[in-house]
Write a protein that binds this ligand. Sequence first.
Ligand SMILES: Cc1ncc(COP(=O)(O)O)c(C=O)c1O
Length: 407
Amino acid sequence: MTAPALDRLLAAPARLNRSDAIRAILAAAADPGVISLAGGVPAPDSFPLDAVTAAAAGVLREHGAAALQYSPTEGVLAARAALAGLASQTGAPAGVDRILVTSGSQQGLDLLARTYLDRGDTVALDDPSYLGAVQAFRRAEARLLPVPADGGGMDTAALAARLAAGARPKLVYVIPHFHNPSGALLGAARRAHLAELADRYGFLLVEDDPYADLGFDGVRLPSADLHSDRVVRLLSLSKTLCPGLRVAALVAAAPVVSALAATKQSADLHTNTFGQYVVARLLAEPGFLAGHVASLRAFYRARATRFGAMLRDRLRWLEFDPPRGGLFFWCSIADPEVRSDQLAPAALAAGVAVVPGGPFFVAGDGSRHLRLSYATVPDAAQHTGVGRLDAAYRAVAAAVTRHRTGK
Ligand SMILES: Cc1ncc(COP(=O)(O)O)c(C=O)c1O
């Protein structure tokens, strides 16, 4: 008897959810010969290495074995308290009962999907949106309700119209600051409107906010949780400190935190104890976070300004609004006949990785869009990468012209 192929053993949700295009690009981007403008990762030279080194040593000195032991599912008390303090600065006052420490905010998304979504439940979200969230919701076999968005974030009037017409999402998902991929900043009036809609229609409003500290001019708007207790905030430290510690805060009403903690218990028991102590210690250091965030903003602002100038100067075929924060330039190709899903593989073959727009959309057309990350690549490599992208574009555009004219 021949055993069935391994794929046949996969559970139904695991058969969904294959973002092959992007996986292939990211895998290829790991080749040292490829310059990657594809990844959504923060600049390693921005990490506070000395502070983390000192905090790690301090944690072991102060807590010893307890820092290496199992710990409560909701989080280590010192970390919850520190994260509650952080949440209270930018939203509703939070006590520790409103904090669940998660292994990155990606885990917060996964826990929300597992805890609140049955097959066929609706999740409303911006179109385009963050792929990791789309994957978590798709895995739960949710129905995705794309809502149009612009530079001010989700068009809440469009959402209100859908709700009035009978749509009943359980979750509404937004990325309030410097959206991935679009760079949008969700305006204050729209935040208040979303909170009002959450109270009226009973959904949970999920604010996934990893880029909030990366506004180049320091702009940061308060959370919608000032207006409603149906808001769930995901406060990642991945872009503010570093992603490798995998420590993030989910901030929500206490019953939501309890329900999610029950799900988390079966996922990973708890978030990395040592990392939580390190984060708690860093956040307790007077002035550390404010100083670090100020230097991060200056670092990214300078790098993004140089990258934007380079794009304007050298890639005249590319259109974009310069981002006000975050890690990405969300661009479109001026010639509607040159598709980004043709350009991305040609660029990779030329030695530069970029992400085409298509996979970020649920309903909209991303064929003209490209997401470029300026964050991790030093200036000289950016220069080379942009040159390679230009060469790839010219080759693809020439092939399109030949095809059009039949020559
Ligand atoms: C919008 C958004 N949400 C969540 C995440 C995941 O972040 P974390 O490292 O906190 O899991 C990312 C990572 O790029 C992101 O862009």
